[in-house]
Design a binder for this molecule. Structure first.
Ligand code: AMP
Length: 114
């Protein structure tokens, strides 16, 4: 197992996380160092190292990650005020954990980044 992949340890219940949603394809939990009042990570249950490993065979997982993020945003009531979805890829993209994950951020105005 990749020692840098703490998300696999969360999936295997070897370390605790504040899991708010889980199904056969994805798991969502609160980020340990939140960058906004709402900061949730939605990860694949199978190991997909980065966005570069998405292809025609597993693209349903990426779709499901996004659908889950949107459902969570609606459930916690930030869909109307808005939110930001971020998917970092590799070094220049600022990806720390080599396991596909989407950041769901919201709960306040997040500022302009582009
Ligand atoms: P990234 O930089 O896109 O790879 O994002 C990794 C995220 O994982 C960061 O926002 C970290 O704060 C978060 N993180 C790291 N370890 C944990 C953990 N044990 N539980 C929850 N979130 C974590």
């Amino acid at each position: 197992m990749n020692q840098k992949n703490i998300f696999l340890k969360i999936l295997k219940k070897e370390i605790k996380a504040d899991i708010i949603y889980q199904d056969k394809i994805v798991t969502a939990f609160k980020d340990i160092k939140p960058k906004a009042p709402v900061h949730i990570l939605i990860i694949s249950n199978t190991l997909i190292t980065s966005a570069n490993d998405i292809n025609e065979k597993n693209e349903n997982i990426l779709t499901h990650i996004f659908t889950t993020a949107i459902k969570i945003a609606k459930k916690i009531g930030i869909d109307q005020t808005g939110y930001r979805l971020i998917l970092n890829c590799n070094k220049n993209g600022g990806q720390e954990i080599p396991h596909l994950h989407l950041h769901l951020l919201g709960g306040e105005y997040l500022g302009d980044i582009l």
